[in-house]
Design a protein around this ligand. Structure first.
Ligand SMILES: *[C@@H]1O[C@H](CO)[C@@H](O)[C@H](O)[C@H]1NC(C)=O
Length: 126
């Protein structure tokens, strides 16, 4: 193995780690609140919160900023999806725009954003 290869491998590893730490996936602690029940007892309710959005235990929610968060008894994990799933490289002559839901990545022609880069079909409304 020569030193050029080692340097290249090191660079690729650093980029993956960087994007991992950037938060294409991230985890946080769940929260607990104490609630009084109708019959006057106290109940501990576990839930998760992502940017002010409440997610119940065992539920999964998709957020406006293209993260999919799942709440468990102990922690919440959120992973980017669509445009936030990772690094998406457009093919030559194409560029990436987001679809109607604001998350789905669409490959469109550089000189006409309304046309699919590969099929040439309209992407309006997709
Ligand atoms: C969540 O799912 C686990 C495993 O299926 C279950 O044991 C637990 O009771 C569930 N919690 C809630 C609040 O639904």
């Amino acid at each position: 193995m020569n030193s050029t290869f080692c340097l290249l491998a090191g660079t690729i590893l650093a980029i993956l780690t960087y994007y991992g730490a950037q938060g294409y996936c991230m985890a946080g602690m769940s929260k607990q609140e104490v609630k009084a029940t109708d019959d006057g007892k106290l109940d501990v309710v576990t839930y998760c919160e992502y940017k002010g959005i409440r997610i119940e235990v065992n539920a999964t929610k998709e957020t406006d900023d293209c993260f999919r968060c799942t709440c468990s008894e102990r922690y919440m994990s959120c992973c980017g999806y669509g445009i936030h799933a990772g690094v998406i490289m457009p093919a030559a002559g194409c560029k990436i725009v987001t679809g109607a839901d604001g998350c789905k990545p669409l490959h469109v022609k550089v000189d006409d954003e309304t046309k699919d880069c590969f099929s040439g079909e309209s992407v309006i409304g997709k």
